[in-house]
Design a protein around this ligand. Structure first.
Ligand code: SF4
Length: 178
């Protein structure tokens, strides 16, 4: 993968930040899975979330099989960032951005996976657990679903999730192997 070419393409996209780093510096923790189970309404409701994505150890092994990581950050302006009815619709633009970057990375045959925001919202009702995912090529598992400690990433790269009362911050990861 030609990184210089990729960076030229990234600079054309509405990203506020992107960072390349080695996947083996990602921190995985079963504690994240505990939060999914206790605090997320999407737990056990989507192919993009636990338990459908597998055990944290399996997720970690799968992620680490792609040695290179690219963090993508975008922001959207909303009336009130604390109002979920206003912020959630803006994640679709970030999902589209993540798919665009995935396509760019894969363009020369580079193997890559994407991890993105929240749970999958492509179908009105997820097929989990009755049937297989209807759009596996479009579905991006949630970053946290893998057990990745997002707070560590945010601290390391200075991502401000509370930048302003009218700004919502979205982030995703593309993991790839040349
Ligand atoms: S594409 Fe549909 S079936 Fe697949 S994870 Fe998303 S909502 Fe569920």
């Amino acid at each position: 993968m030609d990184r210089q070419w990729l960076e030229e393409q990234l600079r054309e996209l509405p990203l506020v930040q992107y960072e390349f780093f080695p996947t083996d510096t990602l921190v995985f923790s079963p504690k994240v899975r505990h939060i999914c189970r206790q605090e997320c309404a999407q737990y056990n409701r989507s192919w993009a979330c636990p338990p459908a994505v597998g055990e944290v150890e399996d997720c970690e092994n799968r992620c680490r099989s792609y040695p290179n990581a690219l963090l993508l950050v975008s922001m959207a302006e909303v009336e009130d960032a604390a109002d979920l009815s206003k912020t959630l619709p803006t994640r679709l633009a970030h999902e589209t951005l993540t798919h665009q970057v995935l396509d760019l990375v894969r363009r020369d045959g580079t193997a890559a996976i994407g991890l993105s925001t929240e749970s999958c919202a492509i179908c009105e009702t997820c097929a989990w657990p009755e049937g297989p995912c209807r759009h596996p090529e479009k579905m991006l598992p949630c970053v946290e679903s893998q057990g990745i400690l997002v707070t560590e990433l945010a601290e390391r790269f200075g991502i401000d999730f509370l930048a302003a009362p009218n700004l919502v911050t979205w982030f995703s990861l593309v993991l790839y192997r040349n």
